[in-house]
Design a protein around this ligand. Structure first.
Ligand SMILES: *Cc1c(COP(=O)(O)O)cnc(C)c1O
Length: 433
């Protein structure tokens, strides 16, 4: 039994894992055409046919709508922008409450603050790490306006029950499907289940354009409002004849022609990229299930998961080693991905710290220095440690997530990861010395 790399022994894997790069000649050719045309963006920030952007931007939006079988798509420069725009579009007011998840990229919870609205954290379903019906229900008040629900790690939320709850209570649903493009619930695509859905095309996502995002909706009214907010609503509204001025203070959150050209090519690859991920997950899970300290988590029924990350629960009681120590030892045995060396080894104890623990929420300082908008809340928002026990248990004790299932991973590469689990398990006594 060889010595743990953590204590100076040889690593299981000393070469980088194969880098995944989804950009190929197709994207390069397409970008070159845009470059040759000289038209890198065709947006005009006023009431004008070009208020809606250039040729590639509009083509990307049409293709997205077609693939996702949804009426309208509005491209933007990031999913973060998409969330802010979506909240503006539903007519959010200062002091309104928005139910959010503590376990996501930070903007999924901070977006309401940009409109002076109050993020109210609800706890997660302990198996899927998505906002649970029961926890959402507990947080609804007369001031609740919307729920931002995140299809975390690539799995759609419990659509039927939660949509019915939102409908009964008159709440908007904004679905953050940044991690779940092409994931399905009963044969429909994630992102299309709320009043508005959003996607991300940043460098880390399933498909990317460097930076970029998309908003989808079935509502003509919401689509128009998103388009206005994306591109200087205040200068557009008069000419357009649109009379509702609420939140028609716009931004420049437009996508360029180059990103749209890349996006159009990336879309053609997404099915293959996802099938490869699913194959890798299957292989990894089949190998790893021999370890009783690994609990592959439950998936909702009627869904297709697309595994932005692969997450599972670690059972300290079965192995007798603290999770953080285990992950530390595991990391020492493995290597980063090529091209992403600086990101470190792609496995972590927990995901992101529960978002209400960020200094912004702890000190209630977001806009200006006097506590706005938290001081607009009807009742003091609870951002205390202990307020969402399920996410805290997962994050601080039992969740492990990793990306050793990305499309570039081959079976031999996954074998190395599994061998590292085995080696650390066999040496578990050494970890407690
Ligand atoms: C990546 C991500 C975002 C933000 O995406 P950007 O395009 O980088 O702004 C938002 N929500 C979730 C769940 C994400 O994973």
């Amino acid at each position: 039994m060889s010595k743990l790399a953590l204590y100076g022994g040889p690593k299981i894997r000393s070469q980088y894992f194969p880098g995944y790069n989804t950009i190929g000649n197709e994207e390069m050719d397409s970008v070159q055409k845009v470059m040759k045309s000289g038209k890198l963006s065709a947006f005009i920030g006023g009431w004008h046919p070009q208020h809606f952007g250039g040729e590639k931007v509009q083509e990307f939006e049409r293709s997205w709508s077609e693939v996702f079988s949804i009426k309208y798509s509005v491209s933007v420069n990031s999913a973060s922008s998409a969330l802010i725009i979506a909240l503006g579009a539903i007519g959010i007011e200062p002091g309104d409450e928005v139910i959010v998840t503590p376990y996501s990229m930070c903007i999924s919870a901070t977006a309401p603050l940009f409109y002076g609205a109050i993020p109210v954290f609800a706890d997660l379903d302990s198996e899927t790490f998505i906002l649970s019906y029961e926890e959402i229900e507990k947080k609804i008040t007369r001031r609740t306006k919307a729920i931002i629900i995140v299809d975390i790690f690539g799995q759609p939320y419990e659509v039927d029950r939660i949509n019915k709850l939102a409908k009964d209570k008159g709440l908007y649903i904004i679905e953050d499907a940044s991690q779940a493009p092409m994931a399905k619930y009963k044969n429909n695509y994630a992102g299309t289940f709320g009043d508005l859905g959003i996607f991300s095309f940043n460098y880390h996502k399933h498909i990317h354009t460097g930076e970029g995002g998309m908003i989808v909706t079935r509502s003509k009214e919401l689509e128009e409002r998103c388009q206005y907010i994306r591109n200087h609503a205040e200068a557009v509204i008069e000419g357009s004849g649109h009379e509702n001025l609420v939140n028609m203070l716009g931004y420049n959150m437009r996508m360029g022609e180059i990103e749209a050209a890349i996006g159009l090519e990336q879309m053609k690859k997404i099915d293959d990229l996802i099938s490869k991920r699913l194959e890798n997950v299957q292989y990894f899970e089949d190998e790893i299930k021999k370890f009783d300290f690994v609990n592959i988590y439950h998936k909702n029924t009627d869904i297709t998961h697309v595994y932005y990350k692969h997450a599972f629960r670690y059972r300290e009681d079965k192995i007798g080693v603290h999770r953080n120590k285990f992950v530390e030892a595991l990391k020492a045995e493995l290597m980063p991905f090529e091209l992403r060396e600086e990101e470190g080894i792609s496995i972590s104890a927990g995901y992101v710290k529960p978002l209400y623990l960020l200094p912004l929420f702890q000190q209630k300082i977001a806009i200006g220095s006097k506590g706005y908008p938290f001081n607009q809340a009807k009742s003091e928002p609870n951002y205390k440690l202990g307020s969402c026990p399920i996410v805290e248990e997962a994050h601080f004790k039992s969740l492990i997530c990793h990306e050793f299932i990305v499309p570039s991973m081959k079976k031999e590469d996954i074998d190395d990861v599994v061998n590292a689990f085995e080696k650390v398990y066999d040496n578990r006594e050494a970890l407690n010395e």
